[in-house]
Design a binder for this molecule. Structure first.
Ligand SMILES: Cc1cc2nc3c(=O)[nH]c(=O)nc-3n(C[C@H](O)[C@H](O)[C@H](O)COP(=O)(O)OP(=O)(O)OC[C@H]3O[C@@H](n4cnc5c(N)ncnc54)[C@H](O)[C@@H]3O)c2cc1C
Length: 426
């Protein structure tokens, strides 16, 4: 789905101070580094580069933060998208440890950025992981033990059925765990705060400037939009689920899927998430929810895999919400919207140098709030020659989707629908 700007039904857009419009690119501009896409990844890169005095130009097809970064659930998951045990089995213990350290640095980076740049984005601590099937307590206990003994991480704790019901205000789940290192925030306020910080440091952002192509010319890159071009030494491609046609290598590995959020009117329901933490469940098509500062329930649920969004997004999300909170049947939904995010075959981000001087990071597969600002910063560092951070990320397995450019969509839809079906009958 092409990004047309902030969606009309967005509670985030309704509650964030707008970012001043940035002029579209006109004519030819010179830069050290050109960044394509003004979400967390692109803004993270721009911030890193601008703060080091590098001439950086960001080209954004729509408005700053109007991609997934300004539409998401705002949930901060700690760690990488895949569990450490999976990373150990795939990459060995040494790389798995390096990836854990990276994720911890990503967390420190995010919290440090919010603090040091005074980004008021309603940051709250704590994330509850709820099990939708019975019988997973031993697995959760083994996970907590593994994280404590191998990684020294003490932040996870178990919840039994009853404690989970009290934590969420619903008894549909079968226990789970709390990640005291997780949390939640207002995602658009974070993106706009990053943009303010980057422009204050000297980054130049052009909105309504869709990149139509790029090429190498005379040892540099020429990045084209409909009304201008940037001539640069290095290029960072950070269009994630909204990029299409920037590179066939990315298109083969990062597929857009659509996910949807509904927000209720303020609720007088102190039993729902009384701790103020956010929650996500263990379904493949995950349900995730949290309270807003003014007492609404912000609920994410349901995915589609086509180019178009449902015409009634509130009606599309409502059944997912009622499955968890049946007694909200009469509650009005005031806002609803959708967004596209990049996923990869193994749900590991695709971080690569495609050719000398051209780098990409995309496909966080639903876990970009914490990772993307940091990975963007690492891409910025790599553009300056420091590839220590990106080296281990580029070893994550990220094969093309089966079927090639023509068949990848049907293959993805079939695969995703199968997992979603398993949820339904699980
Ligand atoms: C509904 C939803 C819920 C989510 N919930 C969570 C969550 O709770 N927690 C979590 O961690 N993650 C979540 N995610 C994922 C998270 O939002 C993303 O991983 C993250 O925002 C990716 O950031 P990004 O900068 O890489 O991409 P984006 O924020 O999508 O930014 C890409 C930008 O590139 C621009 N662009 C694309 N192509 C071009 C071009 N040719 N020229 C110029 N500009 C271009 C787009 O317009 C867009 O603004 C969710 C995503 C969605 C959609």
């Amino acid at each position: 789905m092409r990004n047309q700007g902030h969606p009309a039904g967005s509670w985030y857009a309704a509650t964030a101070d707008p970012f001043p419009e940035q002029p579209a690119l006109e004519g030819e501009v010179r830069a050290d580094v050109c960044v394509v896409g003004a979400g967390y990844t692109g803004l993270g890169a721009a911030l890193e580069l601008a703060s080091r005095g590098v001439r950086v130009v960001v080209l954004e097809a729509a408005r700053v933060g109007s991609g997934a970064s300004g539409r998401n659930g705002g949930q901060i998951h700690t760690g990488q998208r895949r569990e450490q045990a999976w990373l150990e089995a795939r990459l060995g213990l040494e790389d798995a440890r390096a990836l854990w350290r990276q994720a911890e640095e990503a967390r420190d980076h995010l919290y440090g950025l919010i603090r040091s740049r005074e980004i008021d984005c309603e940051l709250r601590d704590g994330l509850i992981h709820a099990r939708h099937r019975p019988g997973g307590e031993a697995d959760d206990a083994a996970f907590i033990d593994h994280m404590r003994t191998v990684y020294g991480c003490e932040r996870y704790s178990l919840l039994d059925d009853q404690a989970m019901a009290q934590a969420l205000g619903t008894d549909v789940y079968h226990g789970g765990l709390v990640d005291a290192g997780g949390g939640h925030l207002h995602p658009l306020k974070l993106a706009l705060g990053m943009a303010r910080a980057a422009t204050a440091d000297g980054a130049v952002i052009h909105e309504m400037s869709r990149v139509t192509g790029w090429r190498r010319a005379a040892g540099r890159f020429v990045v084209e939009t409909s009304r201008g071009r940037v001539v640069c030494d290095q290029l960072i491609l950070s269009g994630d689920g909204y990029a299409d046609g920037l590179s066939p290598v990315i298109d083969a590995r990062v597929m857009p899927i659509n996910n949807f959020i509904a927000v209720t009117e303020p609720l007088d329901r102190p039993d729902i998430l009384p701790s103020g933490m956010a929650a996500a469940d263990s379904r493949f098509v995950v349900n995730y929810f949290r309270r807003t500062p003014d007492g609404r329930l912000l609920f994410g649920g349901g995915e589609t895999y086509s180019m178009a969004f449902p015409s009634d997004i509130a009606g599309f999300v409502r059944p997912h919400m009622l499955r968890i909170y049946p007694d909200l049947a009469d509650v009005a939904i005031s806002h609803a919207w959708g967004g596209s995010l990049g996923v990869t075959v193994h749900r590991t981000p695709f971080v690569q140098e495609l050719e000398p001087g051209v780098r990409v990071a995309a496909g966080y597969s639903g876990q970009g709030v914490m990772l993307a600002p940091w990975v963007g910063a690492l891409l910025g560092r790599a553009a300056l020659g420091d590839t220590e951070g990106t080296d281990v990320l580029s070893r994550l397995p990220c094969p093309p989707f089966p079927g090639g450019p023509l068949l990848r969509w049907p293959a993805l839809v079939a695969g995703m629908s199968w997992f979603a079906l398993r949820d339904r009958f699980g």
